[in-house]
Design a protein around this ligand. Structure first.
Ligand code: CO
Length: 137
């Protein structure tokens, strides 16, 4: 079972320009900023109550987010649901017939464990499952 929405992932061309909107105008608190080479992004997490917004800027045009921006422009990229046991959740989803991009969890930002479901199985919405690390929240 999903515990709650962990974050909404938003693809942006320019992180600092996006932060002018989210941090300055929306007054969200920036809690983390990290380059994730493996995923080809620089990511920023902002707090919205107990949930987050994740801004994603591509490290280059040939990265997944770079290709997303070229095709669809800036905007909502994915929805992430939080779970306390990602391995059990992925097993349950597989048994339910949901296709996965990540068969096993990989490391996300702030040491979280993450896995993406296949958009063809999730109604066209790129969906991420997140189990936060103990240091996160
Ligand atoms: Co995410």
């Amino acid at each position: 079972m999903f515990a709650r929405i962990d974050h909404i992932g938003i693809a942006v061309e320019d992180l600092d320009a996006a932060l002018a909107l989210y941090e300055r105008d929306y007054e969200m608190v920036l809690v983390h900023r990290e380059v994730v080479e493996e995923q080809g992004v620089e990511a920023v997490l902002l707090d919205v109550g107990e949930n987050h917004v994740e801004l994603l800027a591509p490290l280059g045009p040939d990265t997944p987010v770079g290709k997303f921006l070229a095709k669809r422009g800036p905007g909502i990229h994915h929805v992430a649901y939080q779970t306390t046991d990602i391995v059990a959740e992925l097993e349950r989803l597989t048994a339910a017939g949901v296709r996965l991009i990540d068969e096993t969890p990989r490391t996300g930002i702030r040491g979280s464990s993450v896995a993406f479901l296949h958009p063809k199985s999730s109604g066209g919405v790129l969906t991420e499952i997140v189990q936060p690390s103990h240091e996160g929240h």
